[in-house]
Design a protein. Structure first.
Ligand code: CTP
Ligand code: CA
Ligand code: CA
Length: 652
């Protein structure tokens, strides 16, 4: 930890406009237990800069100023900051990017080559979209190392870290900061006057804080800068110091730069980490929140980027937080529903009581491929299944299946033919250590089941996943162990999810939990179901009926990694805009891209319907060639309903 003096002591009695802190002993105490209702809590969001690009830089041992982009087929999936200076972004294709910067290294992402047993870097991968499949193993591996190092930087008994994507985490620093505050300011450890925890704390014995090189968001009222700091400023300053040290460790030990946001909740810290990049950290003090938010579009806020944000924008005819701040709570409730209205009302005021939920365990793993061109034969499909199995198995080994630490219970295969998706699942037999042969045989059986139904060629996409992970049973466990597990599971369920965890009530911070009110009514959950799904968890695509998910198509099916599939709600700057791989139209962010691709999908369905109707009409005419072709018979129109025998997948 940094040892530079951060606080400047003031002479007693100096600057005593207020003689007491606005915070109470009780509120300070709440910090130690990570209470979401402490107004002193400090949350950091740490996000790696141009992550995949940095992984390649580190792997290749390149200097920081070397422009590099990570290529996937002809597109770019990550662009380092040296290359962004040339105007290169994820919207560029390789040719455009090289025109902008001839010295650019366009490193193709590693791939599994059809028939190979292991992924590798292939020079000719870009030309072989038909026979190669992207592997993100390196990035996953680096991500794990970084996560482990972040854990190492924190005291063993004060680690509350939530992996929020392949390259980002939330860290709740509250308890650690509480300990540090008591060490540095021993007067805080004294019992409150009259033993009354609602008594106000004394003011910090300091007048100016040293923020070093941090970006400080301007205060709501410029004159406030002259005010003496209170304990929330001190707490967040200690947080900034801890995060600076974590970032320095990650850089020194692993070679990666990252950016961070430090604030009193997850929403603000996430906005903070994206505020200034690369290799910088932004502190959003409580007194600066309104100023920070008011200039922003609410669509940049976690969970307001998608359909919910669109609805709000349409109903209130604005995308700006400052306009929405004028809307009364009653109006918000009447137009958006009770819970959603309350949630929005609080969120745009910087209130977010959602918890940092440690979620380091993988729930499922998926390996998939979209076929362009489509494939037409079983033996081709089987060759891909072999790759999927190798891919998943290597990740299972890392997860400890060989030592029986954890094992998945189920395996699922999903198959897409035109707009129709079929899926089959089966249990993975217990009692034997899982190996590649077992998985491959199960996958082939599932494929046979799907094929036996007919109407499966050509196939546009296959995806194999394993789920329902359980801790391996090692040693004797009585029934008690299972009961504990059940409780843990319930506890985990109770806290799962994003903003619906809290953001409740319109009362001030410290009184919010007393109301017991929660903004997690069904209406709001509907919006967040997809966006808050945990990093490693495949979405139950069959829930959409049509089994489609164009977003998945682009980022998940191709790359086969669900944790990379949701780098959601990162404030999108011009450079990080994305373009549609089909028509190249530029979308502001992934969510906009998703809606755009939904549109493509709907058009495709329409077109298929049209063709199917034409073909049916033709086949009904006696004597036409198509009359007896089974391929033209469609037992199930693209109605969005499940196929006969198709099951809804449930991941554990
Ligand atoms: N990624 C992806 N699909 C997306 C967005 C991102 O596969 N739709 C990958 C990128 O390749 C990236 C990583 O996930 O390297 C993390 O994404 P993100 O944090 O959004 O962007 P970065 O590339 O890390 O850039 P930044 O410095 O802006 O964070
Ligand atoms: Ca990033
Ligand atoms: Ca990210």
């Amino acid at each position: 930890m940094g040892s530079s003096p951060q606080f400047m002591a003031s002479s007693p009695g100096y600057g005593t406009g207020r003689r007491k802190s606005q915070f109470t002993y009780r509120q300070l105490g709440l910090l130690a237990s990570y209470s979401t209702s402490s107004p002193l809590r400090v949350i950091a969001h740490i996000d790696l800069d141009a992550f995949y690009a940095q992984c390649e830089m580190v792997r290749l041992g390149l200097p920081d100023d070397q422009p590099l982009a990570v290529q996937q087929w002809q597109g770019l999936i990550a662009v380092n900051y040296a290359a962004r200076k040339f105007g290169i972004g994820r919207h560029c294709n390789v040719t455009e990017a090289k025109k902008l910067c001839p010295g650019l290294i366009a490193q193709h992402v590693a791939t599994w080559k059809e028939g190979d047993e292991k992924w590798a870097y292939h020079d000719d991968a870009a030309a072989h979209i038909g026979t190669h499949k992207v592997s993100l193993d390196l990035y996953r591996l680096e991500s794990r190392k970084i996560l482990a190092l972040i854990h190492d930087c924190l005291p063993a008994n004060q680690q509350k870290v939530e992996k929020a994507g392949i390259d980002e985490v939330f860290v709740d620093l509250s308890a650690q900061i509480h300990s540090i505050m008591l060490q540095r300011f021993p007067e805080l450890a004294n019992p409150p006057p009259y033993d009354d925890p609602t008594e106000k704390l004394p003011l910090p014995p300091i007048t100016a804080l040293d923020w070093q090189a941090d970006n400080l968001v301007d205060l709501d009222n410029a004159d406030d800068e002259a005010d003496d700091p209170d304990w929330d400023d001190v707490a967040i300053l200690i947080g900034a110091e801890l995060v600076r040290d974590i970032r320095a460790e990650v850089r020194a030990k692993l070679g990666y730069t990252c950016s961070a946001g430090i604030a009193s909740n997850k929403m603000l810290s996430k906005l903070g980490s994206g505020f200034k990049k690369p290799n910088q950290q932004t502190v959003v003090r409580n007194r600066a929140v309104q100023q920070f938010l008011s200039g922003m579009k609410f669509t940049k806020i976690r969970n307001l980027g998608g359909k919910l944000g669109d609805q709000v924008a349409v109903r209130f005819e604005t995308e700006l937080i400052k306009d929405l701040l004028q809307v009364s709570l009653d109006q918000l409730k009447s137009k958006m529903g009770e819970d959603t209205g309350i949630w929005i009302y609080n969120t745009i005021r910087g209130i977010d009581t959602s918890e940092v939920t440690p979620r380091t365990q993988i729930k499922s793993m998926l390996s998939a491929k979209s076929f362009r061109p489509v494939i037409n034969r079983q033996d081709q499909a089987v060759r891909w299944l072999r790759i999927f199995v190798a891919d998943i198995f290597s990740r299972l080994v890392e997860e400890g299946v060989l030592e029986n630490k954890r094992r998945p219970k189920t395996i699922h295969l999903q198959h897409r033919h035109g707009g129709l998706t079929k899926s089959r699942s089966s249990g993975i037999p217990l009692g034997k250590t899982i190996d590649e042969t077992i998985l491959f045989d199960l996958a082939k059986t599932l494929l046979n089941q799907i094929i036996s139904e007919g109407h499966v060629w050509p196939c546009a996409n296959l995806s194999l996943s394993v789920g329902g992970f359980e801790d391996g049973i090692t040693g004797n466990m009585g029934i008690g162990a299972f009961l504990v597990k059940g409780d843990e599971a319930r506890a985990a369920n109770a806290v799962a999810g994003g903003p619906r965890e809290g953001g409740a009530g319109v009362l001030p911070h410290d009184r919010m939990t007393k109301t017991g009110q929660r903004a997690n009514g069904p209406d709001i959950q509907r919006f967040f179901r997809k966006e808050t799904s945990s990093g490693e968890e495949p979405i139950d695509t069959s829930e959409r009926g049509d089994g489609s998910d164009p977003h998945q198509e682009l980022w998940l099916d191709e790359q086969g990694d669900t944790s990379a599939a949701r780098p959601i709600n990162v404030p999108i700057s011009e450079e990080t805009s994305v373009s549609c791989p089909r028509c190249n139209v530029k979308c502001e962010d992934e969510i906009a891209l998703q809606s755009h691709q939904d549109w493509h999908f709907a058009k495709d369905l329409q077109e298929e319907e049209r063709q199917a109707t034409q073909q049916t009409a033709r086949s009904q005419k006696p004597g036409t060639a198509a009359a007896s072709s089974s391929a033209t018979k469609r037992s199930n129109k693209s109605t969005g309903k499940l196929e006969q025998g198709q099951k809804r997948l449930k991941f554990g």
